[in-house]
Design a protein around this ligand. Sequence first.
Ligand SMILES: Cc1cc2nc3c(=O)[nH]c(=O)nc-3n(C[C@H](O)[C@H](O)[C@H](O)COP(=O)(O)O)c2cc1C
Length: 348
Amino acid sequence: MTLTALAPMQDVTDLAFMRVIAHYGAPDFFFTEFFRVHAQSRLEKHILRSIDENATGRPVFAQLIGEDLQHLARSATELLRHPVAGIDLNMGCPAPKVYKKNVGGGLLRDPAKIDEILGMLRQTVPGLFTVKMRIGFDDTTHFERILDLVNKHDVDLLSLHGRTVKEMYRSEVHYDYIALAARRVKCPLLANGNVTSAATAVRVLADTRAAGVMIGRHAIRNPWIFRQCREAFAQQPVTPVTLADVRGYVERLYLATRVEGLPERVHVNKMKKYLNFVGQSVDATGAFLHEMRRTETEAQLFGVCDRHLLAEPSRLFADEPYPGVIARPNCETPSADADGCSLETVTA
Ligand SMILES: Cc1cc2nc3c(=O)[nH]c(=O)nc-3n(C[C@H](O)[C@H](O)[C@H](O)COP(=O)(O)O)c2cc1C
């Protein structure tokens, strides 16, 4: 079976978003946003909800980010009391505030530290222990050594984003390194990075021989993507998505992300962050994005959606993003968490 997973995304892959994704066709696995681990850390309640209240029918892995052995062990042990599929270690986050603390992508500079952490987590986690990483920090000097550590510590699944930390989110993805890893590691490998559509997923799998794909930003743009991947993997026709379907998605997302007491303006700004991705496939000129970004109220936002999505409701939503229609970061609200990954820094 070819695997699919929703990539962990801070401020995105919470319980509400997982529910919406599951409605359109759940991936085989979910991963939580990262739980920060340090001496004073406690498991963040809103992330725990995506585990404890997960009703998608699909397992969810809890992701940790940190470097302190004792506190990583403590957090993993606490998480194992919740209904997690397993524990995932983040070795990829490229935010400078994160890697400067030698966590996330920062760890990729220090194979000796990785050896210690993987050894300790392997001992602590009797069930599935997984790793998500990039191909290196500045370059790929330690890449093969780190893959050998993944083997040494019997990691159960590796998700590999085919960029270095310094390449952030926008460069070409080095699928040749993903192919190398798929040959070298004993565990199944999920190919990650710019898997934009079911057709791209098929091509990436053929090129890399990975066991599956992990999809992030393009699942925000197109939540049908996991169902479409499954159809493509089974060599069945891929169900097209119409603009009217997308109008339904926007409304579902709006209702799912509504929080008691959240001012309308703040909610609208939150929606703009998702719609920044959706807009990449609505029209080739970027007109939807342009107008959507100027809205301030629910009525204005849905007015723009109606004009662009219901004028020709049976027109197809493009499978791939239109070239040159960039999900430019211009939303007004700061990220909920400026020291991690944020929708402002990772749009492409
Ligand atoms: C908004 C956002 C937040 C992210 N947060 C995390 C995170 O918490 N943990 C993690 O391992 N990766 C995180 N990532 C990286 C994604 O999991 C994924 O590796 C990356 O976006 C490349 O995949 P894509 O091209 O399918 O989006 C984040 C990415 C985005 C866009």
